[in-house]
Design a protein around this ligand. Sequence first.
Ligand code: PLP
Length: 388
Amino acid sequence: MSSLLNTYARKNISFKKGKGCYLFTKSGDKYLDFVQGIAVNVLGHCNKSLVKAIKIQSEKLWHVSNAFIIPEQEKLAKKITDNTFADFVCFQNSGTEATEASIKIARKYFHSIGKPEKNTIITFKGAFHGRTLAALFAANNPKHIEGFGPKVEGFHQVPFADHETLKKSINKNTAAIMIETIMGEGGIKVVPDFCLKGLKELCDENNLLLILDEVQSGIGRTGNFFAFEKSGITPDIVPIAKGIGGGFPLGAVLLSKKVSKGMTPGSHGTTFGGNPLAMSVGNAVLDIIFKKGFLKQVSKKGNYFDKHLHKLQKKYPQIIEEVRGIGLIKGLKLLVNNSKFMEKLMKNKMLTVKAEENVIRLFPPLTINNNEIDEAIKKLDKTCKDMI
Ligand SMILES: Cc1ncc(COP(=O)(O)O)c(C=O)c1O
């Protein structure tokens, strides 16, 4: 019997090492890994630059308290603010902490401008914002909240893509709208640019903040640093995590100067968030992501992948209902059971992760090449054939 608390239905497999797109078991079996720690390892397994960065930092300094200035933190924050909408960055350790901090920042902003009654956040059915209590009740997924009451107040949930209900639900207590730019766990549902623009207008008209959760969709996965960038809108608060650490636990909240108003010394804190070891990896990740031409390559590879996924859909219309996603965050909505498909795919030595709406998610590292994409398509093709 395992000593681990039984909170995961784990697959009966473990890995000894990883390299780029691949994972290797102890017995030498090689798997094409399109889970990548669930959209975490943006540069693949054991990227050379990240290994070097962490080695160097591990011999200098691992951890000091946020009570002191951490130069690596200043450096990473500046890199982020220089390249995004954000004026400030607040480092965390995970996505759920980043969404919790975003909720706190939104509420504190209205408190600081003398409108403490504006403390409710509108969220969307099918959302996922993490597993801490506020994040759980923000998303309000019946499967996740059962038994964890009492309910955390301050959230109002509306159906996805129902603009009229959304508009009607805004009242004097509404502080913000919080949405994933691409709903990940919900089934790789992309919020179209016109909807993002509409949400921004709605926020402006009603003096609300717009929180875009880019924990899963951010850090270059769509071919832009953020999935919302193409729409041309500017959000107020953006929680990030996953890709920013390239496999090292790291999260952050990005925010505008306006909403930073209430966040004064003592208003928020974390023991580990932004420690030198984490920052060394974050800096190394962004040095690669922000290299000239890197994101263009992600777009190109995304288009190549998309074209071949659509070909597969045409070839197997009885298996694949829909190809979803942008760039290298893709989903296949299946007409056969997604768990069964993933099992067969795993037999064909490829790993994926499931989502709601009978979707399988595909998260190749952003460093993948076209030959490796071809290999993935072949394995998916064979699996479709096996499922008929
Ligand atoms: C959109 C989104 N927000 C928040 C989270 C929570 O992140 P973490 O698991 O790092 O706490 C996730 C995790 O999958 C996510 O996809």
